[in-house]
Write a protein that binds this ligand. Structure first.
Ligand SMILES: Cc1cc2nc3c(=O)[nH]c(=O)nc-3n(C[C@H](O)[C@H](O)[C@H](O)COP(=O)(O)O)c2cc1C
Length: 385
């Protein structure tokens, strides 16, 4: 890594502050905004702190292996890059730099359809990287078929369908937005005439003509039947939806609430994870994003059943700070923190991370209130509550 890498930042929290100083007001608002009311965004982060770690000691943890396989691809550690739109707002090299940063750390990146660079260029920029493509639902299935074929030809390893945004943001905008950067969307507009600059109302109306709002399970089935690639559903929060997806043969259940940017007031992802893992019953891989900021967050998510976690905003903070190397720095911080947390928890490899490693804080409240036979401890109840 070059000396340009932010020298002082040794945690994601510090990288966020440093990125905030570098980003334009527009980009800071766009990237770091906590969503409508901010409740879900805050809860995503705070919920991790409500789980306590219960380490096992006296195990040989001198040599640790953080590697995992995700849909058959080997990653050096279980932290990957979530799909986020418009990396150009964070850095001139946009998604090309993010892909290089992820590949340098031997992890995977999900490319958003809302990217400035064509999906082929992003794959070529980091040929050793593992790439997944987040595709939108379109009204015209021919358009979807062409995109699926392009992703297959370019070497993408999975198709991600985001299912928690039934109404695209462009359908809701009533005022144009003037972007500080010219944004191209070559994975949305194929050989179409682009109706005005991104952010203009003409452009938004054009999008509402091609993008399908309110997609259903029938669209998922069609996509599954029209690609050779495994399909991952992102934005699952209920055990019921997870079960339907598994029964349809979906390969990955990606627990997410869009980082609080869609419906505010939905639960923190770490809180819904155990129920989803139980419903999936090992028939698909389960992933999680939302509020992952430290190595212990990663450890807790893995203990509760996630195979891999994804980061959204933190990758963009790294990108804003220093392009590909900044992305690499954020990932390196999380990898190092995870490795240390594993050592302290008595885990030499990922498969040593077990559910018994994590206890929700409510357990200790319960233990205080009820004695071992399950009877209320009146003394504590009267003195404390
Ligand atoms: C600026 C920004 C743009 C995003 N764009 C997309 C997108 O195009 N598609 C998508 O499925 N999710 C999108 N997301 C949501 C992320 O994939 C991810 O779910 C969320 O950022 C995870 O939370 P975190 O930022 O706390 O890590 C976006 C998030 C941010 C912050």
């Amino acid at each position: 890594m070059s000396e340009n890498v932010h020298p002082k930042a040794t945690s994601v929290a510090e990288l966020e502050i440093a990125a905030g100083e570098k980003l334009s007001a527009f980009a800071r608002e766009y990237i770091s905004h906590p969503g409508e009311g901010g409740q879900t965004y805050r809860d995503n982060c705070q919920a991790f702190k409500r789980y306590r770690l219960l380490p096992r000691n006296l195990r040989d943890v001198n040599i640790r292996d953080t590697s995992v396989t995700v849909l058959g691809a080997k990653l050096h550690f279980p932290v990957a890059i979530a799909p986020t739109a418009a990396h150009k707002f964070a850095h001139g090299d946009a998604e090309l730099a993010t892909a290089k940063g992820a590949a340098a750390m031997n992890t995977l990146m999900v490319l958003s359809s809302w990217s400035h660079h064509p999906l082929e260029q992003v794959a070529e920029a980091a040929p050793r990287g593992v790439h997944w493509f987040y595709m939108l639902f379109y009204r015209d299935r021919g358009r979807m078929k062409r995109l699926l074929e392009r992703a297959e030809r370019a070497g993408y390893a999975a198709i991600v369908l985001t299912v928690d945004s039934p109404i695209g943001p462009f359908s809701l905008r009533r005022k144009p937005v003037v972007f500080p950067e010219q944004i191209r969307l070559p994975n949305v507009w194929l050989d179409d005439v682009v109706p005005g600059p991104a952010g203009s109302l003409e452009h938004d109306w054009g999008l509402t003509r091609i993008v399908k709002n309110g997609a259903t399970w029938e669209d998922v089935t069609w996509i599954k039947n029209n690609t050779r690639l495994p399909v991952v559903l992102k934005g699952i929060l209920s055990a019921g939806d997870a079960r339907i997806a598994v029964d349809l043969g979906v390969a990955g259940i990606y627990v997410s609430n869009h980082g609080g940017r869609e419906q505010d007031g939905v639960p923190a992802t770490i809180d819904v994870l155990p129920d989803i893992v139980r419903a999936v019953g090992g028939e698909a891989e389960v992933y999680l994003d939302g509020g992952v900021r430290t190595g212990t967050d990663v450890l807790k998510a893995l203990a509760l059943g996630a195979r891999c976690v994804f980061i959204g905003r933190p990758a963009l903070w790294g990108l804003a700070l220093n392009g590909a190397e900044g992305v690499q720095q954020v990932l390196q911080v999380l990898k190092d923190e995870l490795s240390l947390a594993m050592a302290r928890a008595g885990c030499a490899k990922i498969s040593d991370i077990e559910p018994s490693l994590v206890v929700h804080e409510s357990y200790y409240l319960y233990r205080q209130l009820f004695n071992h036979s399950g009877k209320v401890n009146n003394k504590i109840l009267k003195s404390k509550y």
